[in-house]
Design a protein around this ligand. Structure first.
Ligand code: AMP
Ligand code: GLY
Length: 429
């Protein structure tokens, strides 16, 4: 299967890396890809995209399988266009992608189909916001309805902060149109888990549960980012817990999607809060998580290409892959100033690669990297995802940090405490 991955992040590099190791995939390509995947010779030639639109160029390349990485093209209907031309596509159409594209659509979907989620109110004016806060209290979360590049969720510390932030969203000042409708949600306590499943429209296959670290600073402080590191699996969730969660979230979602006439073929990512009252879905994403995917790809054995192609064709083959023992971790190396103002343009040096050696125990997935005058430079907020498998989480962490120390560039920034709860306390809470 000639396979094309759409996207340019660490997630897409990791997906392509796992696909390339699949017997069913003799050739993998990326569009647009990044500096790391260019170095592997995997990026499609930009000339292909010069005189025609993206969908037409992809169709002309004649892939046997297309895997769409990011949410924006899914929400824009790229999967629909490619399917209409007869391609096998892993990724939902625009109707399914609304589960991520509109927080209000997702909330209505969860309520309609009995999927556990936080209590909430839809808000379109400041008067509604004040009224709703009088009922719900001050412990709230504000969510812009539309896509806001992962920044549309605010956790205000006080009532006045909530009202101010809400007013800025409703006026369009903070997130433009995406925030002019918003969801006011009760603030839940608990620990967060990312649970992803591969769906073929009727059945689902659970990937190992993982945990992301969204805050920029150690100890889970500082501003929210796209994710500074992640690990899998999550200790304390045994097979029976996961099977129950799978039914409550993905079993119920598949029934709901069928009722709503949505044929969903792709990955569904549930951001869960494990509360004392049980799990609640905080958000749905219609794509793989970044950086969770980097860790997940090291936890899978078997033919990932067959798994994704089987989902794309509506005939899920869960036997194509299996979960490895042990644990995997990814540590993100970011640019100084990320997430607000990443400082870019510095040369990246890798002392291990420069010595001609390779690590058998870790993989460095590229995200914000570009090749310029033959040199690799950082060109985005999240630059590299240093990822390793270990017989346990402690060994995976050792391997990640050892490898991360072999990479140098001006302003290299990383959290040294990924997995800290489990590693220091032996539990996720
Ligand atoms: P999201 O972009 O929806 O994943 O939200 C970003 C982060 O905000 C989540 O990872 C949580 O840490 C936090 N969050 C979202 N909704 C809630 C909620 N209802 N209660 C507490 N924290 C939340
Ligand atoms: N790591 C969080 C996300 O991909 O949304």
């Amino acid at each position: 299967m000639k396979t094309l991955v759409i996207g340019s992040g660490g997630r897409e590099h990791a997906l392509a890396w796992r696909l390339e190791k699949s017997e069913s995939v003799p050739q993998v390509a990326l569009w647009p890809g990044n500096g790391g995947t260019a170095g592997l010779g995997w990026n499609l030639d930009p000339a292909l995209f010069e005189d025609q639109d993206e969908a037409a160029a992809i169709i002309a390349w004649q892939p046997d399988l297309v895997v769409i990485g990011p949410e924006a093209p899914l929400v824009d209907g790229l999967a629909d266009k490619l399917r209409a031309a007869g391609l096998a596509v892993f990724g939902p159409g625009a109707n399914g992608a609304k589960l991520e594209g509109s927080k209000i659509f997702a909330k209505d979907f969860m309520l309609r189909h009995g999927i556990p989620t936080a209590d909430s109110r839809r808000i379109t004016s400041e008067a509604e916001l004040i009224e709703a806060m009088n009922i719900m209290g001050d412990a709230v979360v504000l969510k812009a309805d539309g896509l806001a590049a992962g920044k549309g969720v605010l956790l205000p510390e006080s009532r006045s902060e909530a009202l101010e932030a809400g007013a800025a969203m409703l006026s369009g000042a903070s997130f433009g149109e995406a925030g002019q409708s918003l969801l006011l949600e009760e603030r839940l306590d608990g620990y967060e888990v990312s649970l992803l499943a591969i769906l073929d429209g009727e059945n689902y296959y659970l990937l190992p549960a993982s945990q992301d670290h969204k805050r920029a600073l150690e100890g889970d402080r500082g501003p929210n980012t796209g994710g500074m590191g992640a690990y899998a699996p999550v200790p304390g969730l045994d097979e029976a817990d996961l099977a129950k969660l799978g039914e409550e979230v993905f079993g119920a979602s598949l029934k709901g999607l069928a009722t709503d006439g949505i044929d969903y073929r792709g990955v569904l990512y549930a951001g869960l809060m494990m509360t004392p009252a049980g799990p609640k879905v905080l958000e749905f994403n219609v794509r793989f998580g970044d950086p969770e995917t980097q860790a997940l790809m090291l936890m899978l054995e078997g033919d990932f290409g067959t798994l994704l192609a089987s989902a794309a064709k509506g005939k899920l083959d869960p036997g194509a892959v299996s979960h490895r023992e042990g644990a995997a971790m990814v540590v993100v190396l970011s640019s100084k100033g990320y997430p607000d103002k990443p400082e870019t343009g510095y040369t990246i040096e890798d002392t291990l690669a420069a010595s001609g050696q390779r690590s058998a125990e870790s993989v460095v997935f590229h995200a914000g990297t570009r090749v310029e005058d033959g040199k690799l430079i950082n060109c985005g907020g999240r630059v590299l995802g240093v990822t390793a498998w270990g017989r346990d989480l402690a060994q995976a962490a050792d391997r990640c940090y050892h490898r991360a120390d072999e990479i140098h560039y001006e302003g290299k920034t990383l959290r040294r405490d990924i997995g800290w709860r489990v590693l220091s306390k032996g539990s996720v809470t």
